[in-house]
Design a binder for this molecule. Structure first.
Ligand code: NAD
Length: 441
């Protein structure tokens, strides 16, 4: 049976929204995507992704050419077009740590007055529990067809760097709904992945909103747990890499998200656990808020610890030292530098007077916007030229393939800090390097 073809709109074409729009078109739907950023809309309409994501751009072009995907800045156009409206705008961190919902509120304010017939508004952004109910109330006030507009929550679990694959073949699809009609329509929208065996989990709105923050909090906790073990290993003279390997053999624990190092960053985990913490505080849940506060504190403490290792490596003072940093994206496979642990460390090194030169395969342009005062290099060799210290801060696979003997010929001092516990320390040592690794003797 052919999959139903739905008229879908996607609101906000950032990392989440553009990927979702392209993948909805790839699934055969007619897609119209809107963003308030006219430059982004023009780029996407011209077949260019405004950010780096493997496989996204060819799929964008293919679906533009097939006529299944269009872009606009007009809310009137999307309100008229869509049977299903996916809300994908940002929910950044507010000054007090809570989620800033101004973009979500602006979308509802702009979209609802144009909703004149039956349709489904589906939230995908990560929001505090209770947001969907608030949106229902506002749509009730603002939409001409208020009684016929349904709201659902369909949280997104994609990972940057694997976003296309995650969107087309997710581990699960979560539908938070208030009516059988909404659940049936979402089953039509996701007919292909569901037919391919992806499980659909249908639940109430509040649980669906919470699934996303709970998943991110669990992942963050796992990373901070192994980093707390790294700190313990440093104090006890043990080796966290071997410890993690031994833990991973227990299938109840598993090896994923158990890599010790500089910790998590990016546009999601840090802000999501802080928003959850603020929401837990608001619900009077002191122990939940306390758990998340510790996870956050352990994570950020690793940035200071890596800076300590750098200072030790250059003999006690970073002032005037030339430091080459490998990797600034918040993780490999992405050009995203939002809350990048590496950029944070670069800032700390500069504050202590180091002269920092950075290399990254794809994130240089974004990093330059945030930290224009750093030096940027096109190649690893150029970054390392004359360096007193090399720091490995984002674990791009290319960096594991570096020949330490060859690189050793261009640096001033063969000294490396591996903030990601990912380089082959023995190999580097045998090429004459002094190697410092978080959590290892
Ligand atoms: P982003 O900042 O990359 O994109 C947000 C987009 O929304 C921007 O293009 C912005 O111009 C647009 N926008 C803002 N106000 C608008 C408006 N009123 N109308 C239309 N467009 C508007 O953010 P992102 O990383 O794509 O994240 C979006 C949401 O998805 C967040 O809640 C995030 O937590 C969640 N999420 C992100 C990821 C990820 O990997 N990036 C994964 C899962 C969930």
């Amino acid at each position: 049976m052919p999959s139903p073809r739905c008229r879908v709109t996607v609101i906000g074409i950032g990392y989440l929204g553009l990927t979702h729009a392209v993948c909805m078109a790839e699934l055969g739907h007619d897609v119209l995507a809107v963003d308030t950023d006219a430059a982004k809309v023009a780029m996407a309409a011209g077949g260019e992704a405004p950010f780096f994501e493997p496989g996204l751009e060819p799929m964008l072009r293919k679906n533009l050419d097939a006529g299944r995907l269009r872009f606009t800045t007009s809310y009137a156009e999307i309100a008229e077009f869509g049977d299903v409206h996916f809300l994908c705008v940002g929910t950044p961190q507010a000054a007090d740590g809570s989620a800033d919902l101004r973009y979500v509120d602006a979308v509802v304010g702009a979209l609802a007055p144009g909703l004149t017939r039956r349709c489904l508004v589906v939230g995908k952004s990560t929001v505090p529990v209770g947001t969907a109910r608030r949106i229902i109330a506002r749509i009730g006030d603002l939409a001409p067809a208020a009684g016929e507009v349904d709201v659902a929550w369909n949280p997104e679990f994609l990972r940057e760097g694997r976003a296309v694959q995650d969107s087309l073949s997710p581990d699960r699809i979560v539908f938070g709904v208030t009516s059988p009609w909404a659940a049936a329509l979402l089953r039509d929208v996701y007919a292909t992945p569901l037919a391919n065996g992806v499980p659909a989990l249908v639940m109430d709105l509040e649980t669906a909103e919470l699934v996303k923050v709970a998943a991110n909090s669990f992942l963050a906790t796992k990373i901070s747990f192994i980093n707390a073990m790294a700190e313990t290993c440093e104090a006890a003279g043990a080796d966290v890499t071997r410890l993690a390997e031994a833990l991973a053999h227990d299938e109840r624990i598993g090896g994923k998200f158990l890599a010790p190092g500089l910790g998590f960053g990016g546009g999601c985990l840090p802000k999501d656990i802080r928003a959850f913490r603020a929401a837990a505080d608001g619900l009077g849940l002191a122990s939940v808020a306390g758990l998340l506060a510790e996870v956050d504190a352990i994570n950020t403490s690793r940035r200071a610890r890596v800076t300590d290792l750098a200072r030790e490596a250059v003999g006690g003072s970073l002032a005037g030292k030339l430091v080459a940093v490998l990797g600034v994206a918040f993780k490999p496979g992405s050009d995203d530098v939002r809350d990048s642990p590496s950029l944070d460390v670069c800032g700390r090194l500069c504050q202590e007077g180091a002269v920092v030169t950075v290399h990254d395969p794809v994130a240089i342009a974004n990093a330059r916007q945030v930290m224009p005062h750093l030096r940027y290099a096109e190649t690893v060799t150029e970054a390392a030229h004359g360096a007193d210290l090399l720091m490995h801060l984002t674990e791009w696979p290319d960096y594991r393939a570096i020949d330490p003997a060859a690189l050793g010929r261009v640096v001033a001092s063969r000294s490396v800090v591996d903030g990601r516990c990912a380089l082959d320390a023995d190999h580097w040592r045998s090429a004459g390097w002094s190697v410092r690794v978080l959590g290892r003797p």
